[in-house]
Design a protein around this ligand. Structure first.
Ligand SMILES: O=C(O)c1ccccc1NCC(=O)[C@H](O)[C@H](O)COP(=O)(O)O
Length: 209
């Protein structure tokens, strides 16, 4: 199977171009002001303007006001919404757009429950739990907590890098992997070589699978 790659937390045009030319399937833009990777709607619209067909633009939100999501949607041509906070299923579906839900995993059974609760999501993103942060922590979690049986596509996130992504893909067999800190020079500033190494590693392991 071919595992898709999402590069998250893009803030610069050169990083967007690098992610696309290296073969990223999806690009993530963080609409959450406390994040060092946060972008304004205007900035994101400019970053997204020239992305080619079949590369998805994903907008990430953390417990947003509905009016803010609507404001972003009216300014930015997003393909998918990613809710990375404590949003309810009703909230996630209320925008009439395709969406995925992110959860921060810390205990057994949590992913199975989320599959049920968010059953009309386009996918479930599983990330590391951190008491102080909603995401982009650079930490991984116990992949043994991920069930083999999945009613929807599963996106694996949390502390991935070119060093561990082949193990992650082999062990978890996710639909897609999502990375932010593992392809950065510093927060919000991606490293083109790291993006290239990461995507090559995913493609390499998928070919040998
Ligand atoms: O990236 C952020 O700063 C962020 C802040 C708040 C919520 C989510 C955030 N990022 C979400 C992502 O999709 C990251 O790619 C995911 O959490 C993995 O991050 P990392 O462990 O750094 O690869």
């Amino acid at each position: 199977m071919s595992t898709r790659v999402k590069i998250c937390g893009l803030t610069r045009p050169e990083d967007v171009s690098a992610a696309i030319s290296c073969g990223a399937d999806a690009l993530g833009f963080v609409f959450y002001e406390p994040s060092p990777r946060s972008v304004s709607p205007g900035h994101a619209a400019a970053l997204i303007r020239d992305i080619p067909p079949f590369v998805q633009a994903v907008g990430l939100f953390v417990n947003p006001e509905p009016e803010f999501v609507e404001q972003v949607l009216s300014a930015v041509p997003l393909d998918l919404l990613q809710f990375h906070g404590d949003e309810t299923p009703e909230f996630c579906r209320s925008f009439g757009r395709r969406w995925i839900k992110a959860i921060r995993v810390r205990e057994e059974g949590q992913i199975e429950t989320a599959f049920q609760d968010y059953r009309d999501a386009a996918g479930l993103l599983v990330d590391a739990w951190d008491p102080d942060k909603y995401g982009g922590t650079g930490q991984s979690f116990n992949w043994q907590l991920i069930p083999e049986s999945r009613p929807m596509p599963l996106v694996l996130a949390g502390g991935l890098s070119s060093d561990n992504v082949s193990r992650a893909v082999t062990q978890v067999k996710p639909w897609a992997v999502d990375v932010s800190g593992g392809v950065e020079r510093r927060k919000g500033i991606k490293d083109i070589q790291k993006i290239s190494d990461f995507i090559k590693e995913v493609h390499r392991v998928c070919k040998t699978d």
